[in-house]
Design a protein around this ligand. Structure first.
Ligand code: HDD
Length: 711
């Protein structure tokens, strides 16, 4: 008897279709299916009389509403989901028996949920935080969950400390302040008391914690797992996701402003990209380590606060994930989806990483309270495509109607079924690792090196990235009220890099360490840096959002040809003006305004362009909003372009240290630190090329005088 079902790209969608309801095709009914004749006025004893208990529709409607909330996730409460599929590039038979990693023609359905960690369900998207990157693969062998983050390491080494770190970082227990932020006393006290956090803190204070988009961030399995092939040979692995659009971040000032202007920024970005057919794609990578190499490194490969530097263990890119469908219902899918790192399929196994070992317990446990009992695997989004057959019965919300007499094994009444499967029949057989040791509460010696990789990370950063980390320390630790904690943090980071500690101290009002310290590590690993990483794509403007500022009397030819060039490169372009509606060009053509200054802001765009048109520019020069738009984009190191009269708006904005088109011949493009200008109006392919190249770079950090801009 073969328990297999064929799985293809559509299988999950088809399964979900069986429970979808189309609201438009039905009369309004109660939950008992009785058609309702009035849902606006409750049943009363007389027009002005009391409401009657017998109004079953009223009672059902309110009762249901009263019970509509379930507990939010204790961490990762705010998230956004999407459907898609996964395809492997070539058979991975040598390394793993996992079926979904064998056939390049097979598309395995997946559901992904991206999340922030600390904030409540309604908190803003763009806070400084780790992002969750959880993928559920609906494989023919059952569900496989890869529950990762966008940072490859973790705060702590042992799961027993998870409640402590989460309590410390969440809003403080007496007053529930602050929301979705690590910038408070209890968290930094935790850091100072736990130097094992040093490496993770470097990542969390880096640009990694401010992703421009879920579509532009990496993902990591973090823990060490195992691949096991059909012969039973095991190898250690670490998992990676790499976005095909490159790895890009926001800047801190921008994230704070976006949190007010559009708290759904990342959620909206993901939703809109999928709606527009700009399907996010990520390559799947594995670092594979032979068992005999387990002790070859100066770190312990089971320590989740350490990376395996890509220079030492290269990433093998083995497949691709595509997100191509938005959920139909946020609650049913994104809220009720339940991930668990213990959900593995034959060919994938665990390591003794002590953080992972605890995770294997915690997720199922948390779902029991969050989703109200042990039957949450029956919720459609969680239901595997592989058939379920076991003797587990009953419990809250059981929907399966198990037929037959028996609910135990072995049995003679029910033909001894369902029975365990052998390895040949795809039964999951745990990897037979030899383990011996005393029962002991201890960690291995190499776990105690807390600083070498924090220093490796610091060494690998570009200059602007280092500056951002220092500024982040100034913000986060500067908000700590207790001076002792601020000092203790400086002292911890003096073990990483003495100069860094001096810089932190300078910003947070405590003395630099008496003795300059630091880890002796001099090595660099460029792929740890977003700016230096070979994974950071800087040759496409696909899906970038570009603002065009214009007013009545704009130059239509100028605007249209730049807009067309940007659209041809795959960018999304918005016309922005004081009022929505139609704008008239200098020659009478018309164009529709997408947003006005009240409904948008420069922080919601990747670049800004100002076309010519004398009258339009005269108007814009008198609008503080337009000048501010340009200034703010400039300050956030975004590409800024202008042509013809448009250059005059940039002049009025007073961009410090920037050369604009002026003296040159009219068709010469002037490109200075991402500010691209040309005197001529009406189109130039060389302008389009330079501006496109500037946008593809995403940010231009070399604007040394940007601090002078009052935005
Ligand atoms: Fe966790 C949720 C990722 C350590 C306990 N975790 C959760 C989610 C992600 C991660 C992405 C959200 C899943 C979703 O979208 O529903 N967690 C990680 C990573 C970790 C990690 C990459 C480090 C390697 N987590 C970790 C530890 C524990 C937990 C050490 C406990 C011992 N995590 C949980 C949890 C959550 C959770 C309490 C909250 C909601 C849920 O599980 O479903 O069980």
């Amino acid at each position: 008897m073969d328990r297999k079902r064929m799985v293809n790209e559509k299988s999950k969608d088809e399964q979900l279709e069986t429970v979808r309801e189309d609201p438009e095709s039905e009369f309004l009914t109660t939950n008992q299916g009785v058609r309702v004749s009035d849902t606006d006025i409750s049943l009363k004893a007389g027009e002005r009389g009391p409401t009657l208990l017998e109004d079953f529709h009223f009672r059902e409607k309110l009762t249901h509403f009263d019970h509509e909330r379930i507990p939010e996730r204790v961490v990762h409460a705010r998230g956004s989901g999407a459907h898609g599929f996964f395809q492997v590039y070539e058979p991975m038979t040598e390394y793993t028996g996992a079926k979904f990693l064998q056939d390049p023609n097979k598309k395995t359905p997946i559901f992904v949920r991206f999340s922030t960690v600390v904030g409540f369900r309604g908190s803003a998207d763009t806070v400084r935080d780790v992002r969750g990157f959880a993928v559920k693969f609906y494989t023919e062998d059952g569900n496989y969950d890869l529950v990762g983050n966008n940072i490859p390491i973790f705060f702590i080494q042992d799961a027993i400390k998870f409640p402590d770190v989460v309590h410390a970082i969440k809003p403080e227990q007496d007053n529930q302040i602050p929301q979705a932020s690590a910038a408070h006393d209890t968290f930094w006290d935790f850091v100072a008391c736990h130097p094992e956090t040093a490496h993770m803190i470097m990542w969390v204070l880096s640009d990694r914690a401010l992703p421009r988009s879920y579509r532009m961030m990496q993902g990591f399995g973090v823990n060490t797992f195992r691949f096991v092939n059909a012969e039973g040979k095991g190898r250690f692995v670490k998992f990676h996701w790499k976005p095909l659009l490159g790895i890009h971040s926001l800047v801190w000032d921008e994230t704070q402003k976006i949190a007010g202007k559009d708290p759904d920024f990342n959620r909206r970005d993901l939703w809109e990209a999928i709606e527009m057919g700009d399907y996010p794609e990520y390559e799947f990578g594995v670092q594979i380590l032979e068992e005999e190499d387990e002790f070859k490194f100066d770190f312990d490969i089971l320590d989740p606060t350490k990376v395996w530097p890509e220079e030492d263990v290269p990433v093998k890119w083995i497949g691709k994930l595509t997100l191509n469908r938005n959920p139909d219902n946020f609650f049913a899918e994104t809220e009720q989806v339940a991930f668990c790192p213990a959900n593995v399929v034959p060919g994938i196994d665990f390591s003794n990483d002590p953080l992972l070992q605890g995770r294997l317990f915690s997720y199922l446990d948390t779902q029991l309270i969050r989703l109200g009992g042990p039957n949450f695997h029956e919720i459609p989004i969680n239901r595997p495509l592989a058939p379920i057959a076991n003797n587990q019965r009953e419990g809250y919300n059981r929907t399966t109607i198990n037929k037959g007499k028996t609910s135990y094994f072995p049995n003679s009444v029910g033909e001894n079924l369902p029975r365990p499967a052998s390895a040949e029949e795809d039964g999951y057989v745990h990897y037979m690792e030899k383990v011996e040791g005393k029962k002991i509460r201890a960690r291995s010696e190499k776990f105690k090196d807390f600083y070498s990789q924090a220093k490796l990370f610091w060494n690998s950063m570009s200059k602007p990235e280092k500056e951002h980390i220092i500024e982040a320390f100034h913000f986060e630790v500067g908000k700590v009220k207790d001076k002792k904690i601020r000092q203790a943090v400086v002292d911890v980071f003096n073990n990483v890099d003495g100069d860094l500690a001096i810089e932190i101290a300078k910003g947070v009002g405590v003395p630099a360490p008496a003795q300059k310290g630091g880890s002796p590590v001099t090595k660099e690993s460029p792929n740890l840096s977003q700016e230096r990483s070979e994974h950071t794509v800087k040759n496409t403007i696909k899906t970038r959002k570009i603002a065009i500022l214009a007013a009545e009397g704009y130059d239509h030819k100028d605007l249209s040809q730049v807009m067309q060039a940007l659209k041809a490169g795959g960018a999304n372009v918005h016309i922005i003006s004081k009022y929505q509606g139609m704008l008239k060009s200098s020659k009478g053509e018309e164009i529709e305004v997408d947003k006005n200054y009240r409904t948008t802001a420069s922080v919601l765009y990747d670049a800004v362009y100002v076309p010519g048109g004398k009258e339009s520019i005269e108007t814009l020069k008198m609008q503080g909003d337009a000048i501010h738009f340009v200034n703010e984009a400039f300050k956030h190191c975004k590409p800024v372009g202008a042509s013809g009269e448009g250059v005059k708006l940039l002049k009025a904005a007073n961009l410090p240290g920037i050369k604009l088109a002026g003296q040159e011949s009219s068709d010469q493009v002037v490109s200075d630190k991402g500010v691209v200008t040309i005197k001529k109006e009406g189109g130039s392919s060389s302008f389009n090329e330079s501006f496109t190249a500037a946008i593809a770079k995403h940010r231009h950090w070399d604007r040394e005088k940007k601090e002078q801009v009052p935005a």
